[in-house]
Design a protein around this ligand. Structure first.
Ligand SMILES: [Zn+2]
Ligand SMILES: [Zn+2]
Length: 232
């Protein structure tokens, strides 16, 4: 008989459930380096409950890194970002300035200059930033969460969902009319119910059919902006 566990074999991991034990991927190293307590829980929550994309999660990690550095070094963010009102806005504004292609080059240069003046090595920080493939690998390999299983929305699944909702809606209305008719509260011969779905942009008031919006991709008023960016 060969079986039996050798006592003290050493392979047994004491699983400290929390984020005590970091993985060794780039994100794990960032958690250690910048002391990003609770980041893994935060990522999971955002992914599961808020359906955050991997790209949005990468941005979130990078902002937490930026935030951690700035508070560690006591850098006044308002000093770096001008015109931003709250600390959150300032963080958002600085991050956007450093990462977005829409920001004028001179503005970015000024922000980088400010960092230099305050003694923050922004390029080193940026080298610790992550991209969405890193987030995916961290979820799949380190946290053992299959990102593929959380089905991402596609045009096809969206079309099906909306068609399902439309069919269901007209069926409920038709049944209700039929019951009203039976109760003699309404008299109508063979009612036909149709449901038309319209989507209206709250910014410019344009109204679209779902299929049109899907085809166009953006509202006319958004076509010259980055999707996801909050307007000024
Ligand atoms: Zn990891
Ligand atoms: Zn619009």
């Amino acid at each position: 008989m060969v079986g039996g566990k050798s006592a003290g074999g050493g392979v047994e991991m004491s699983n400290t459930v929390d984020s005590e034990q970091q993985c060794s991927c780039k994100i794990g190293k960032d958690i250690d380096r910048y002391d990003l307590a609770g980041l893994n829980e935060d990522l999971q929550y955002r992914r599961n409950e808020e359906d955050a994309s991997l790209r949005a999660l990468a941005d979130h990690i990078n902002k937490r890194i930026l935030d951690a550095v700035l508070s560690q070094t006591g850098t006044d963010l308002a000093n770096v970002a001008y015109g931003a009102v709250s600390a959150d806005d300032a963080l958002e504004a600085v991050y956007k300035t450093l990462t977005s292609d829409d920001v004028p080059a001179d503005r970015e240069a000024r922000v980088r200059k400010r960092f230099e003046q305050t003694g923050v090595d922004i390029e080193e920080i940026e080298s610790h930033w992550v991209t969405h493939p890193t987030v995916r690998a961290h979820f799949n390999d380190c946290l053992d969460i299959d990102t593929a299983r959380t089905t991402r929305i596609t045009a096809e699944t969206a079309r099906n969902t909306i068609e399902w909702a439309r069919t269901r809606c007209s069926r409920v209305v038709a049944q209700t009319i039929s019951r009203l008719s039976s109760a003699e509260l309404v008299a109508i011969g063979d009612a036909k119910v149709s449901v038309m779905i319209q989507i209206t942009c709250s910014k410019c008031g344009s109204t679209y059919r779902f299929s049109t919006l899907l085809k166009e991709g953006t509202c006319a008023c958004h076509s010259d902006e980055n999707a996801g960016s909050t307007g000024q």
